[in-house]
Design a protein around this ligand. Structure first.
Ligand SMILES: *[C@@H]1O[C@H](CO)[C@@H](O)[C@H](O)[C@H]1NC(C)=O
Length: 148
């Protein structure tokens, strides 16, 4: 009894600590719901591979660079081109505050990612996708996920 209580308390704390991480299949489901499957020719597997190599599925990941810009969120979207973090010059092509790209509901970050992948080069706009995902078998990323 005590032991069971201790274990559930422990898993609860672990869950809080991991709140910024999204489960692979939960992410697959959101991507599917937001019509990314086939969008600009990329599958949910492509998006999962991209999210993994960019953020390891960490929705709140921020990575600062020496030039003053930062990458935001699960797809590590850069403030120099795509979003405004009010700290360095930004083209702000997605017309969005970078902070919004960290929202747990993922809607703003998916909207901006759609804009990026619609530009010339598609997913090659993410260097990590070109290096780690392009031209590789990726279907295992959706293994066991029920998206429909
Ligand atoms: C997610 O990213 C944030 C910000 O970069 C970091 O503080 C946090 O520790 C990360 N979470 C995990 C579980 O790696």
């Amino acid at each position: 009894m005590t032991r069971a209580l201790f274990i559930s308390l422990f898993s609860c704390l672990a869950a809080i600590n991991q709140a910024s991480l999204i489960n692979r299949c939960d992410l697959a489901k959101v991507l599917h719901q937001e019509d990314l499957d086939g969008f600009e020719g990329y599958s949910v597997s492509d998006w999962l591979c991209l999210a993994f190599v960019e953020s390891h599925f960490n929705i709140s990941k921020v990575n600062e660079y020496a030039d003053g810009s930062s990458d935001y969120g699960i797809f590590q979207i850069n403030s120099h081109y795509w979003c405004n973090d009010y700290q360095s010059h930004s083209e702000n092509t997605c017309h969005v505050a970078c902070k919004e790209l960290l929202s747990p509901n993922l809607l703003s970050t998916i909207k901006c990612a759609k804009k990026i992948v619609s530009k010339a080069g598609g997913m090659k706009n993410w260097a990590a996708w070109s290096i780690h995902c392009a031209g590789r078998p990726l279907s295992y990323w959706v293994t066991g996920c029920h998206m429909g």
